[in-house]
Design a binder for this molecule. Structure first.
Ligand code: GAP
Length: 513
């Protein structure tokens, strides 16, 4: 199965099993907007809990807030989003399709990378065991030519983006001979800047309506509350403020399912530090956030860092944590050293003093900020795509299984009475009663036990408990594990501790301290 086919199957599976639905589907949906279904919301809540507990509960110096989506419009002038939160767009005059100029170039660079890898693979086949990959990469004229094209396009693009040179961006597209994937022509317009913020109006027109924005990042809700939290929480630097909430961006290149949405959710933490100490904390948070990802057990090779060459208007260092999606390595989280840009800007725009008096140094200063910012929906997609597997079983059977880490699984335990009589449903219900205060559990008595297992595999339930006639005699049940499908007999009274140990969030959190 190609990665593209896998991704299509994943999208269909997400819908079929109640994870993700297109928004307002009965009206044919709304582009790049999605709803989470009955399974999706459970998985999403579990991801949030994993992040929230790891970032706040386990730490004495990080607290959470929940700021409003609507903020005073001056916020976005101060933050630079009104002036600089733009994507460079280009249209093809024949297809009338609009593209992000930088994305067109990045896709072209990815194609060149692919060509290099194909050359290497061809040579590997040709030379067999004697193949020296490093030597081939450094001496093959074809690879050298492709590499130099790639490097030249990349360095011109970074310079053009950093200097806002839109004419040069267009010229690179022309020089690279990039054609529109729809019309196949090179008939490009000029590149123009397009602001990504959605705006709306607050108050009635009669009252003198005001344009306000749907927040494009949750971070500003933290910055404007810096003094409130610091003073009321008696927080001492270094300390952090965390938040989970919706953000909105009018994305032009909105595709790849929930990877790039117009309405999405962020989990952000701003860590306020002494000026001059930001690089130490930047490295600290890069390491910790990578560990948080890897603790899920999908394999270290699935993640990598990507250091930014083009920095956002507020940052002096930035790196992405990238995950290997079916469509390649892509950003899931950003760690940004945001300097004192945001607090200083709010100080200037609001006219309020936003400073911290440091009792250790006896000085007042505007703190520097290191931010960790992860997209909840991308994290969701990461888990689904790493977890999805199609397996052939003995006897010619097959199954689709979601190998979601047990503490994040939407349903932790399914309790299945073998038959609907002889007191077995009552025993099953009593097991559910012993688990439901701590875990999401499901009761299922319909169809054969095999079919019931398949249904639970397909939603990623790590444990199925089967109640049979022996259960009525000796108070034991069969527990089947999702991944190995192995079954064991356990006492009913032992079930809660077993599930807590293997599917409780604590099993993940303990690895982080
Ligand atoms: N406060 C910093 C900030 O917003 P960002 O790199 O623009 O930085 C952070 O966004 C994260 O938010 C990204 O790593 C990504 O996971 C997520 N994200 C950004 N735009 C998104 C979109 N349109 N759809 C889904 N997730 C998005």
């Amino acid at each position: 199965m190609t990665q593209e086919e896998l991704f299509k199957k994943l999208i269909a599976h997400s819908k079929e099993y109640g994870f993700i639905f297109p928004s307002s589907e009965i009206y044919d949906g709304l582009s790049a907007v999605y709803d989470y279904g009955q399974m999706g919301v459970e998985l999403k809540n579990n991801i949030k809990a994993y992040w929230w507990e790891a970032m706040t509960r386990l730490r004495e110096n990080i607290v959470g807030i929940d700021a409003a989506i609507f903020m005073h419009p001056r916020t976005w002038e101060a933050s630079g989003h009104v002036g600089a939160f733009n994507d460079p767009l280009i249209d093809n005059k024949d297809s009338k399709k609009r593209y992000r100029a930088d994305v067109l170039l990045e896709e072209h660079i990815a194609k060149l990378e692919d060509k290099i890898e194909k050359e290497v693979e061809k040579a590997r086949k040709r030379f067999g065991d004697s193949f020296d990959e490093a030597q081939y990469r450094s001496t093959s004229p074809k690879v050298a030519e492709l590499q130099s094209q790639k490097d030249s396009i990349n360095s011109r693009m970074v310079t053009a983006l950093n200097s806002g040179d839109l004419a040069e961006l267009r010229q690179i597209i022309v020089d690279a001979d990039i054609v529109d994937p729809v019309s196949g022509t090179r008939n490009w317009t000029d590149v123009r800047q397009f602001n990504l913020m959605f705006d709306t109006r607050i108050g009635s027109v009669a009252e003198g309506a005001n344009t306000i924005y749907l927040r494009p990042e949750t971070a500003q809700g933290i910055f404007v509350n810096f003094l409130n939290v610091q003073k009321t929480g008696r927080m001492k630097i270094p300390f952090g403020i965390a938040q989970i909430g919706k953000a909105f961006r009018n994305e032009i290149v909105a595709r790849q399912f929930i990877f790039r949405m117009r309405e999405f959710e962020q989990m952000e933490m701003q860590f306020f530090v002494r000026p001059g100490e930001e690089m130490h904390w930047y490295e600290y948070w890069k390491e910790f956030r990578m560990r948080w990802h890897r603790t899920l057990g999908f394999g270290d090779a699935m993640y990598r860092f990507h250091d930014h060459e083009k920095l956002a208007h507020y940052a002096n260092a930035a790196a992405d944590i990238e995950f290997r999606f079916p469509f390649g390595f892509k950003e899931v989280e950003g760690i940004h050293s945001r300097t004192d840009f945001d607090l200083s800007q709010h100080q200037t725009f609001s006219g309020r003093k936003i400073q911290y008096f440091d009792p250790e140094s006896g000085e007042s200063y505007v703190p520097f900020v290191v931010e960790t910012s992860i997209g909840l929906d991308r994290m969701f997609l990461q888990i689904l795509s790493a977890a999805y597997a199609e397996e052939s079983l003995d006897g010619g059977d097959s199954r689709v299984v979601l190998r979601i880490p047990a503490p994040l699984a939407p349903v932790k335990v399914a309790v299945l009475p073998l038959v609907k009589k002889d007191g077995l449903p009552e025993i099953a219900r009593s097991i559910i009663d012993s688990l439901k205060f701590d875990h999401n559990v499901q009761y299922d008595e319909k169809d054969s036990i095999g079919k019931r297992y398949r249904r639970q595999d397909a939603i990623g339930t790590p444990f199925c408990v089967t109640v049979d006639h022996q259960s009525a005699e000796d108070c034991t049940v069969t527990i089947r594990r999702r991944d190995s499908m192995e079954q064991m007999r356990v006492a009913i009274s032992d079930i809660p501790s077993l599930i807590n140990k293997e599917a409780g969030l604590r099993t993940l959190l303990e690895k982080l301290v």
